[in-house]
Design a protein around this ligand. Structure first.
Ligand SMILES: [Fe+2]
Length: 709
């Protein structure tokens, strides 16, 4: 018996005295997709009861077998993150669809503590017992290795599941271990991202390295003359700073590297600067460029969204967000189209969705670098960066709201990997560094942007409330006619997000009066993974839009923009008298709600702010609202052939707000003939959009999984 269990390890080849049968019938047992978790889930649903221990022991004794499996990797030194390694294997005698490739970093990690895994059946030749897979990986500042395991349907452990309720792969039968491979040292820093500081003539750049040695940022107005330089401040955090599992356990913790924070100073206004980060001894990054802020310009361009997450080329313990790559792709398109105009990104919470699995932050920053190295990447805190059981501010009413969504990170990676303007912070109450990047503001062009935290104290008497109040009251509306507030959990949503009701009630009681009194133009929220735009609102009541020369009430327009990547969508509110039927009427205050992933694009001048919702499926606008500096809200098709944006308005405004065609466009309509023509076109388009509205609405009403817990 003991002989059967001895495992002889030879480099690249393992001779295994397996404890289980060859499972020659596996291929016909169930149909399992080669793609990882979803396929396993299918198998799990169809599988029979696990064998009793006695049967397992008998099978171990009766069906032990020996096989030679080899595995190799190429190359063994990767230049930079997102480069691919090809893994090749052969010699699997009785391949199973569930045989899998474990990705380990460091290579000494225990079997269960993989970074991720890929099923060998994703290779077309897997049934021959040989194949190869190419996997792009990110630099985790530690060596990698692969392990190949044999796994079968009968071994699925229904109690050991990932976050998506798919079973995690079994590690009972190791077939082979690859040699180690690594990323090249001295290739220069990675994970570069920019941010505004409190000064108009500065730009912050943050990046990551494997050691704490000095790094600098070199910059200048010409790519071939980076004559200015600044030394970056360096920081890091430790496993002991994590507050809960999995962040502080072996399964989730990995060395986070060293975080560098440099500031480029004395920048001229609205000029393209080139820069690179690193050191002569440890290598330099490639040269990136950005356009500096221009306080003399009225123009504002921003790309805003929440809840994006990151994509991984493998399955792991958590669901990752494949759609996030499309969000970045389209925003990069828009940034490149801007040429030498400045812009920035606003990601309003639930950022990487790492939730205690450290390497997901590395994937995230590599994924956003093509955008974040070009334009400032601004953030506010979400539940998935922060919430943990001992968080300091957790009033009785918030007990069901603030749970364990941060995976034990307690805001530490968020606080150190970003450095936003202002100096807001709250102690963690542990040895962990204080939580920062909570509330701050800055101007860009004609818009004042205010960021708030819905995860820490926002009630009167607290520091944040005082900041919000003072900030809104001190805005110079001559300089910035528009004011935009952003936070993670929504003040308004028509989704079935009942868990947050006590928090929403307090936001409505204490924050909404500040917003209304100070004429906030737009309020953006995330957390709900949908796009939803409301009418100008005060206490659930639509304001008067001010048509036909009437006065208007300039209430804030609330927009939920948590549709950038996370795909656990909340359902809309069911009918009160039919709570179990999948029909979710759209309340009249809700102007438009969309089911597509995407982001919003905000473009403003001194006269007008235009917000549009871009769908990831086609890169086109699907909703639009225009707001004048006076606060008057226009909402219309741009006449350019994109009619979807008008869908929500004409129908939803049947609550007393009149249709688009009746808006006063006198500020730009110069001739009566244009009005007549516009009315005719509007009639035709309204007819078309009505039909489309019905289609879109039907799609939107599909009940799906509820918000994560
Ligand atoms: Fe959230």
């Amino acid at each position: 018996m003991s002989t059967l269990l001895v495992v002889f390890v030879v480099r690249q080849t393992r001779r295994v005295q397996d404890r289980h049968q060859p499972l020659t019938d596996i291929s016909k047992a169930v149909e399992v997709h080669p793609s990882p978790i979803s396929g396993v889930s299918t198998a799990h649903e169809k599988m029979s009861v696990p064998p009793a221990p006695i049967l397992f022991l008998l099978s171990t004794l009766l069906f032990a077998y020996t096989q030679q499996v080899s595995v190799s990797v190429s190359p063994t030194v990767l230049a930079k993150s997102c480069d691919s390694v090809v893994v090749q294997w052969s010699g699997i005698e009785s391949p199973s669809r569930l045989d899998w490739l474990g990705i380990y970093s460091p290579p000494t990690s225990s079997y269960d503590n993989f970074i991720g895994y890929v099923f060998l059946s994703s290779s077309p030749t897997w049934q021959s017992g040989a194949g190869n897979i190419s996997i792009p990986l990110v630099n985790l500042r530690s060596n990698y290795s692969f392990r190949i395991f044999h796994w079968t349907e009968s071994e699925i452990n229904p109690k050991r599941q990932d976050h998506d309720h798919n079973p995690l792969p079994g590690t009972a039968h190791l077939l082979a271990t690859s040699e180690e491979f690594r990323f090249e040292m001295g290739h220069g820093p990675e994970q570069i991202h920019l941010a505004y500081t409190d000064r108009d003539d500065e730009m912050r750049v943050m990046f990551l390295t494997e050691d704490g040695g000095e790094r600098r940022v070199k910059y200048g107005e010409r790519e071939d003359d980076l004559g200015d330089a600044a030394v970056a401040r360096v920081s890091r955090y430790e496993r002991e700073d994590m507050c809960d599992s999995p962040a502080n356990e072996s399964v989730g913790w990995r060395d986070p590297g060293f975080i560098h924070d440099g500031i480029m100073k004395n920048l001229r206004k609205g000029v393209r600067y080139y820069y690179q980060v690193g050191s002569d001894s440890r290598g330099w990054s490639t040269i990136h460029s950005f356009v500096s802020r221009n306080s003399d310009s009225d123009e504002t361009t921003a790309f805003l969204f929440g809840d994006m997450g990151t994509a991984t080329p493998y399955s792991t313990f958590l669901r990752t967000q494949d759609e996030s790559t499309a969000t970045m792709k389209w925003i990069l398109r828009d940034i490149e189209a801007l040429g030498d105009k400045p812009a920035f990104v606003s990601h309003i919470g639930d950022i990487s969705y790492a939730r205690g699995y450290a390497w997901l932050w590395d994937h995230f920053f590599n994924q956003i670098e093509p955008v974040a190295a070009k334009v400032p990447y601004h953030v506010c805190i979400g539940n998935h960066e922060y919430d943990w059981p001992q968080q300091p501010w957790r009033p009785d009413w918030s007990m069901p709201i603030y749970g364990k969504d941060g995976g034990g990170e307690c805001g530490v990676p968020y606080s150190l990997k970003f450095n936003m303007p202002g100096n807001s912070s709250e102690p963690t109450g542990t040895r962990a560094p204080a939580t920062r990047n909570l509330y701050y503001s800055f101007d860009m062009g004609s818009v004042h942007f205010l960021y708030i935290s819905t995860e820490t104290n926002f009630l009167p008497g607290g520091k944040q409330y005082e900041f919000i109040k003072q900030d809104l009251e001190s805005v110079d509306r001559k300089k910035t006619p528009f004011v935009v507030v952003q936070g993670h959990r929504p003040m308004y949503t028509t989704s079935n997000e009942y868990r947050d009701t006590p928090l929403r009630e307090r936001m409505l009681e204490h924050l909404e009066p500040l917003f209304v009194k100070n004429n906030v133009t737009l309020a953006f929220w995330g957390h709900v993974h949908r796009y939803e735009r409301f009418c100008p609102l005060n206490n659930y009541t639509c304001g008067r839009p001010g048509m036909n020369g009437d006065d208007w009430e300039a209430f804030p327009v609330h927009v939920v923009i948590g549709m950038a990547g996370q795909d656990w969508q909340p359902i809309w509110e069911p009918r009160e008298d039919h709570p179990k039927d999948p029909i979710f009427p759209q309340p009249k205050r809700s102007m438009y709600r969309g089911g597509e992933f995407g982001y919003t694009r905000l473009v403003a001048t001194r006269e007008k702010l235009r917000l549009s919702y871009v769908g990831n499926h086609d890169g086109k606008e699907h909703d639009m609202v225009e707001i004048l500096a006076s606060g008057q809200v226009l909402s219309a098709s741009n006449g350019g052939g994109v009619f979807d944006k008008a869908i929500g308005n004409s129908e939803a405004r049947s609550d007393g707000l009149e249709s688009n065609n009746k808006y006063t466009f006198s500020w730009f309509v110069k001739a009566a003939s244009v009005l007549v023509l516009g009315a005719f076109i509007g009639y035709v388009l309204g007819f078309i959009s009505h039909a489309r509205k019905e289609n879109v609405s039907k799609n939107s009403w599909t009940p799906v999984k509820s918000e994560e817990t």
